[in-house]
Design a protein around this ligand. Structure first.
Ligand code: AHM
Ligand code: MG
Length: 336
């Protein structure tokens, strides 16, 4: 089938057999994310029109202001996932604790846990700048039919069976991997269908874009400061271009297409940076590796970190392979 008119629904069915667990449940799970993405997309797009915009007046578990659309997106994704009888637990940036599904029903067969950031970059909503949804999927490690436990969520990223993001940008895209490459689908809003628009996405090995909040420069580790100076130096193909949207999904999506690095390092203010390991760093790292890029905490592979709590943070360097390796080299050298 030609890529130009293949829908996401068709793609999921066609590629189901390449997934090592072929029961079709994962396909149904991705289908439900597709559905929730369309619903949230509809509301993100009319954010400027209706009185849904603005802070909800509540503060989430990380002490940040929740935007109304965060709350809405959280509700929509959770509802859609619960209704499918595939997922036994959900963890979300917007929920203090994980949600156990069907925990009283000993007959339930639900095998998957989903970790989600329903609306990442939400401070960008009221200024009409792209935001995203990030999701990460694991098979539970505790027995099917029992109540899901924290252990099911605290798996290293290398155990993910699927991960992806939705970007609500100039067009809306769903990009995901089940461990066999990365494919991107663009929504045709007129008919509500995602079409395969970016088959086999790949980070160029090298890039010329660096994305970091340079306002935090004075708080960064010396290795990161040195790398930023290296990016700015007039030499060879440098200086690189600086591009920072403040919406990680959008920054990484652009860098995957054009070549570049996204960085959210630790700082003297935040010892592990800002981004959450389980539902921000890990899924983006899985995507990056599947797209021939790299994701590191500055010293080692993000996907090999053993999590110890649901909302823990990690320094994050993600993008074109040679660029991530370069910043790791600067980090190592500044240690000595
Ligand atoms: P959020 O989950 O509260 O939206 O925060 C995550 C976002 C990322 O998308 C983005 O890269 C980063 O926060 C921007 O943070 P900062 O304003 O500190 O640069
Ligand atoms: Mg977030």
């Amino acid at each position: 089938m030609s890529h130009t008119n293949q829908t996401l629904g068709e793609f999921i069915i066609e590629n189901q057999s390449s997934f090592k667990y072929t029961s079709g449940e994962l396909s149904r799970l991705i289908n439900s994310i597709r559905l929730a993405a369309k619903v949230v997309n509809h509301d993100v797009n009319k954010a400027g029109l209706v009185d849904i915009i603005g802070a909800a007046g509540e503060v989430n578990v990380q002490g940040e202001n929740q935007q109304k659309l965060d709350v809405y997106a959280n509700k929509k994704f959770i509802q859609t996932l619960i209704n499918r009888n595939i997922v036994c637990g959900i963890a979300s940036e917007e929920e203090d604790d994980f949600i156990a599904i069907n925990s009283q029903d000993e007959n339930h067969q639900n095998k998957y846990v989903v970790l989600i950031d329903p609306l990442d970059g939400s401070s960008n909503i009221d200024v009409n700048v792209s935001v995203g949804t990030i999701f990460s999927i694991y098979r539970r490690v505790t027995p099917v039919g029992t109540a899901v436990t924290l252990e099911d969520f605290l798996q290293p990223g290398n155990q993910q069976v699927a991960a992806g993001y939705v970007i609500y940008g100039t067009s809306t895209m769903l990009v995901y991997t089940t461990g066999a490459g990365v494919n991107g689908f663009t929504l045709n809003p007129a008919i509500g269908t995602f079409y395969l628009s970016h088959p086999n996405m790949r980070f160029p090995e090298d890039g010329k874009i660096y994305s970091v909040n340079e306002g935090n420069y004075s708080h960064f580790p010396q290795g990161v400061k040195n790398y930023i100076k290296y990016c700015q130096m007039e030499e060879g193909d440098r200086p690189y271009t600086s591009r920072y949207i403040g919406s990680m999904v959008s920054d990484i999506h652009r860098n995957m297409i054009k070549g570049g690095i996204f960085m959210y390092p630790k700082s003297s203010k935040d010892s592990n940076g800002k981004l959450r390991l389980l539902y921000e760093c890990n899924p983006m790292a899985f995507i990056a590796e599947q797209a021939y890029g790299k994701a590191s905490d500055g010293f080692g592979r993000i996907l090999d970190i053993q999590p110890t709590s649901l909302h823990e943070r990690a320094p994050f360097f993600c993008g074109s392979k040679n660029m991530v390796e370069k910043v790791e080299e600067f980090m190592r050298n500044s240690m000595s």
